[in-house]
Structures are given as structure tokens and as C-alpha cells.
Design a protein around this ligand. Structure first.
Ligand code: ADP
Length: 230
């Protein structure tokens, strides 16, 4: 799926604006959160504690959006290093495994005999993999607790690129979602930011790679990331 130049411009612009105003928005949010907490006992007394909960949840959501903005708009002088794809993937799997298991979801990763080296900003690429795995877990969770969730990761290579495949047997996507999932702010989740994949897309593009998506509603989704290897 191609991202248009217009979307890239929009992202770059949002990045600049956000960097300059994010801190200014955060301060009042923090103040509001603090005062709501002070009011909480009173709200509890009149049986309206849920108001406080909603206000704090929404403030936290605002803060999440700002954090993701700041992450994506930092002046990116990428910290490039040479790293084996499998060890990078393993790091991320370790981070997510326990959460996955708690949701009844198993992550499997195919072992490689030989290392496969790429020159990347490992932190950024890990963030991308993490975004995709978290989305996979959400898509699986939406099918309920009895659904045996599977996330499978494997890598391949051709003469130019490493391909990282991440597939899930979650709820899949309809055509509308498929055509918009890389748009900034596009989300189908109640508390989503819609930024994970647009930021991921940009990171992979900056590394000279690409993200492909294949999805069947009700069946699952395959993500494929390509990155030039050494
Ligand atoms: P967010 O996760 O905050 O919604 P993203 O940019 O990461 O933002 O994802 C955008 C949307 O793409 C999600 O809301 C979801 O509808 C869809 N999506 C992404 N990955 C998957 C997946 N593996 N299975 C089903 N839908 C997905």
C-alpha cells in the first residue's frame, strides 16, 4: 500500500507543530489531573466517582498521543548499528511474551541457522516490530478468550532485502481499514491513537524498506517488512 506524498507532508508538519506545543499542553493536563484527584473523595461521596475516572482516562489518552508525537518528531539522527535480525526480533518477543500469554496468545519465532545482518537504528526498528505485535495481540483479543491466538514470526532474504513476516490469526481487517491503516490518526480502537502504523511506516521508509499488509476479515493478518541487508 502506497503512502501518498500528501500524507508524508502531513506527518512532517504534524511532527513540527507537536514538538513545539506538546510540552505546553502537557502542563495544564498534569494540573487538571492533580486537581481531579483532589476532588475525587467529594465525587465519591455524591456517587459520581465515575466522572473522575473518565476525566483521568481521557487525560491519560491525551498524554499518550503527545508521547507518541514526541517520539515520532524527535530530530532523527538515526543511531545506526549492524545487528542480526533474529536477535533484534528476539528482544521484542521477550518484551511482549508474558502479556501475550496472559491473553491466551502464543508467539512463535522460527529459528535461523545463520545470522542475517542489517544496518539499522535498532531502537526504531524494535518500536516498529513492537507496534505490529501489539496490534496483532489486540486483533486476537477481540475474538475473545476462547480463541487460541497465534502470532508467527519468520524471516527470509533475497539478494537485496531481509523480509520480516509477522502474522496473526486475529480478527483481520475489512477493506476500509486496509486502505487507511497507515493514515495518521486512523484507528478503530476505543482508546487507540492511530499513530502506531503511520509512524512505523515512516521509520521503515527512512531505512529504505517497505511495509506490506495482507489481511482477510475473520481470518487474520500478515505484515511483511522489507529492509536492505548488508
Ligand atoms: P492504533 O493501534 O492506535 O489503532 P495503528 O496505527 O497501530 O493505531 O493501527 C491502525 C488500525 O489498523 C487499528 O486501529 C486497527 O483497526 C488496524 N490494524 C492494525 N494492525 C492490525 C491487525 N494485526 N489486525 C487487525 N487490524 C489491525
Amino acid at each position: 500500500i502506497e503512502q501518498t506524498a500528501y500524507q508524508n507532508d502531513k506527518l512532517a508538519m504534524l511532527g513540527k507543530i507537536s514538538a513545539s506545543i506538546a510540552h505546553e499542553i502537557r502542563n495544564p493536563l498534569t494540573a487538571i489531573r492533580g486537581f481531579i484527584q483532589l476532588l475525587r473523595p467529594h465525587l465519591l461521596q455524591i456517587g459520581k466517582d465515575e466522572y473522575a475516572k473518565i476525566i483521568m482516562m481521557e487525560i491519560d489518552r491525551g498524554n499518550d498521543i503527545i508521547s507518541e508525537f514526541l517520539n515520532s518528531s524527535k530530530p532523527t539522527s538515526p543511531q545506526t548499528s549492524v545487528i542480526d535480525v533474529s536477535s533484534l526480533l528476539k528482544d521484542v518477543v521477550l518484551l511482549t511474551e508474558s502479556e501475550a500469554l496472559m491473553n491466551g496468545c502464543q508467539i512463535t519465532m522460527q529459528d535461523r541457522e545463520l545470522p542475517l545482518y542489517i544496518s539499522v537504528d535498532a531502537k526504531q526498528i524494535k518500536q516498529v516490530i513492537l507496534n505490529i505485535i501489539k496490534n496483532a495481540m489486540d486483533a486476537i483479543a477481540d475474538l475473545g478468550h476462547n480463541h487460541p491466538g497465534m502470532i508467527q514470526i519468520h524471516t527470509e532474504q533475497d539478494h537485496k532485502n531481509v523480509q520480516i513476516h509477522i502474522s496473526d490469526n486475529g480478527k483481520g481487517m475489512d477493506n476500509n481499514t486496509l486502505s487507511r491503516l497507515f493514515d495518521p490518526f486512523f484507528t478503530t480502537k476505543e482508546s487507540g491513537t492511530g499513530l502506531g502504523l503511520s509512524v512505523s511506516y515512516r521509520i521503515i521508509k527512512n531505512h529504505g524498506g517497505y511495509i506490506y499488509v495482507d489481511s482477510v476479515l475473520g481470518k487474520g493478518t500478515d505484515f511483511m517488512i522489507t529492509l536492505p541487508h548488508n
